[in-house]
Ligand binder design. Structure first.
Ligand SMILES: NC(=O)c1ccc[n+]([C@@H]2O[C@H](COP(=O)([O-])OP(=O)(O)OC[C@H]3O[C@@H](n4cnc5c(N)ncnc54)[C@H](OP(=O)(O)O)[C@@H]3O)[C@@H](O)[C@H]2O)c1
Length: 281
């Protein structure tokens, strides 16, 4: 049986992806923000599919110490229950903020969760992915096309604009996936980014101010249900031969920003390694 780790599994896109993958017979390891939300997600998935194989781990992935703790727990689980193999890691947890807010490490929260958490978690689980010739899938966004990386102030500490910070974190998702493919294609691991489109979830209503809340409450009415993008993760996981593309929308390869170059990917890799205190190779 193939095992898939999904972050941000307790609501929205992550929850629907867990639902579809468990229905298709994958064993899912879900990482949720809180034990309470993990329990609700477990009930929701099992009520529709009592045979679903799913376990949950709770962690605040914004904090690097928490990423390290939960990755150790998951590694132990993969060793004892899954033959030391991980077929896919879906880095989906994400957030929106209205103000400059930082983590325990002093990192801007959207950058820390939307990019660094996946960067660090993937590093920790990479030997398990390599053993399974596995996949890394990032949840990106079409909004990555409308920005560049601010290399001199990547956390936007000077003149913070939350929307630019969000878009940049999504550009980092695709740069990171490219950097992974540049480094690990020969090891059998392949990385992808899914653009979910506009999806009716509560992401803009969590820990945001009244303006962002209001704008998102109106905007999300035009979104598709999260079961729609969930199909694209299932599509990527279900291919016998790994697709050649990098960026996928509605199960099809899509164009991405011209900012996505190997030079920018290398630069982001080096910076992220320094911010996480790790070395990939
Ligand atoms: N909705 C859209 O239109 C859209 C479009 C493009 C991209 N995306 C991306 O899709 C991904 C999923 O978002 P969504 O729309 O499905 O919203 P969502 O329902 O709010 O999902 C976000 C998930 O991340 C979790 N999370 C938040 N902070 C966390 C933390 N500190 N530690 C661990 N987990 C945390 C949330 O858990 P809690 O709720 O328990 O905090 C939730 O399960 C995000 O990466 C987002 O950027 C969404």
């Amino acid at each position: 049986m193939k095992t898939v780790v999904i972050t941000g599994v307790t609501s929205g896109i992550g929850l629907e992806t867990a639902r579809i993958l468990t229905k298709q017979g994958y064993a899912v390891i879900g990482i949720g923000h809180s034990a309470e939300n993990c329990n609700k997600a477990r009930e929701s998935i099992l009520s529709g599919n009592p045979d679903a194989i799913i376990v949950f781990f709770a962690a605040d992935l914004m904090q690097q110490r928490e990423v390290l703790r939960v990755s150790d727990e998951i590694k132990a689980y993969l060793d004892t229950e899954c033959g030391g193999e991980l077929y896919a890691l879906i880095n989906n947890a994400g957030c929106v903020r209205s103000w400059y807010m930082t983590t325990n490490e002093g990192y801007e929260q959207q950058f820390a969760l939307n990019h660094l958490a996946g960067f660090l978690l993937t590093h920790k689980l990479l030997p398990y992915l390599i053993k399974a010739n596995g996949l890394v899938i990032m949840t990106g966004s079409e909004s990555h096309k409308r920005t560049k990386v601010r290399w001199n102030d990547i956390m936007l500490s000077r003149g913070y604009n939350p929307l630019i910070a969000y878009k940049q974190s999504k550009l980092c998702n695709i740069l990171y996936a490219k950097g992974l493919n540049d480094r690990y294609a020969s090891s059998g691991v392949r990385a992808y980014v899914v653009d979910p489109g506009l999806v009716k979830t509560d992401i803009g209503n969590k820990n945001t101010g009244s303006l962002v809340n209001l704008v998102w409450t109106v905007r999300k009415r035009f979104g598709v249900p999260p079961s729609v993008p969930a199909e694209t993760y299932a599509f990527l996981c279900g291919q016998n031969k790994k697709p050649e593309g990098l960026y996928y929308y509605l199960c099809k390869e899509n164009k991405y920003s011209k900012e996505v170059t190997s030079d920018n990917a290398d630069r982001l890799f080096a910076l992220s390694e320094r911010l996480c205190g790790i070395n990939y190779l």
